[in-house]
Design a protein around this ligand. Structure first.
Ligand SMILES: NC(=O)c1ccc[n+]([C@@H]2O[C@H](COP(=O)([O-])OP(=O)(O)OC[C@H]3O[C@@H](n4cnc5c(N)ncnc54)[C@H](OP(=O)(O)O)[C@@H]3O)[C@@H](O)[C@H]2O)c1
Length: 287
């Protein structure tokens, strides 16, 4: 349902583009086969969905060629939310349904392909969430549901009440937790392909001067040279090698960077190459 590589638009408001520039970027992503776009209600302080929708309105037929993912559940302090005194989570059925209606109108579409709960909420009542998801599914407003940043047991709780298709989590060689805390085991067991945010650690993988980042970069470049690929491409190939079959989400505004991500779909790292990068990340051989 989602393209292997997903385009993330978290940073889109900071790109300061005209609607035509945003449309051009969307078209170029689609031409590369990157047809899924990752949003959240809160991106850009509640502005990015509308920026994207404004561009989409210039070429509405593109909607049929793309999948829109968005999230809800975080309440930010923002000009657009004067009643929010403190940043908090809200996973009540009322908030979920209202947030989807806002997203539909900002994105200028009649349906969202995939809705995620953005963060685990200690006050979440799984029955309420399941009821909201049922209403949204029945109304044709949302096609599928998932979560983000959930532990396996948090995922299991909601999965016991409703069908989830993904857990969107952070993973890259500077953040290995989901490889070892059961997150990707659960994804593989349930055949629920994870989505991976910040696959380049927000750029730090390629720019940080920290010792581990340098070590990882050396390994990425060395392996990249064997494949005629850039370090960024190898970083994506490292994620794509995982058997839970994740969808990495690029965060770049540059089409060349999105091409580098797509190039990773044509490379398969062998087990020793994959392990060299893991070893560079941890600083020691596997036990
Ligand atoms: N669920 C969640 O809680 C959550 C949290 C964070 C993000 N996300 C999602 O994940 C998406 C991706 O996150 P991300 O933006 O952190 O991803 P990322 O791809 O790890 O980082 C993108 C950043 O790295 C820079 N970059 C890319 N290639 C580079 C290179 N070769 N050298 C130096 N810098 C480079 C980009 O700058 P340029 O634009 O200049 O290339 C951009 O600022 C977001 O858009 C959002 O959809 C979800």
């Amino acid at each position: 349902m989602l393209s292997t590589i997903v385009a993330g638009v978290w940073r889109m408001a900071s790109w300061n583009w005209t609607p035509q520039e945003r449309l051009r970027w969307i078209e170029q992503c689609l031409d590369l086969g990157v047809s899924s776009f990752d949003h959240a209600d809160i991106y850009g302080g509640y502005t990015v969905e509308a920026l994207f929708g404004e561009a989409l309105a210039l070429a509405p037929t593109l909607r049929a060629r793309m999948q829109l993912v968005t999230k809800c559940g975080i309440q930010l302090r923002a000009d657009a939310r004067p009643s929010t005194r403190v940043k908090h989570y809200d996973t009540s059925a009322q908030h979920i349904v209202r947030s989807v209606d806002n997203s539909l109108s900002a994105l200028r579409t009649d349906h969202i392909d995939l809705l995620l709960l953005h963060r685990p909420d200690a006050l979440m009542n799984a029955d309420d969430v399941a009821e909201a998801f049922d209403r949204l599914r029945t109304a044709g407003k949302v096609g599928a549901f998932g979560v983000s940043n959930h532990t396996p047991s948090q995922y299991e709780l909601l999965q016991s009440r409703t069908h989830l298709v993904t857990n969107q989590v952070e993973c890259h060689p500077l953040h290995l937790a989901p490889l070892f805390d059961g997150t990707f085991d659960q994804a593989q067991r349930l055949r629920a392909r994870p989505m991976i945010w910040s696959p380049l650690a927000g750029g730090a993988l390629l720019t940080s001067d920290a010792e581990n980042a340098r070590r990882i970069r050396d390994a990425l470049e060395r392996i990249g040279a064997q494949h005629g690929a850039s370090a960024a491409t190898v970083a994506f190939a490292w994620l794509l090698r995982l058997p839970s079959r994740p969808h990495p989400i690029t965060g770049s505004r540059r089409i060349e960077a999105i091409q580098e991500a797509v190039a990773a779909t044509r490379i398969t790292l062998d087990v020793q190459e994959w392990t060299e990068i893991l070893t560079a990340a941890t600083g020691r051989d596997v036990p």
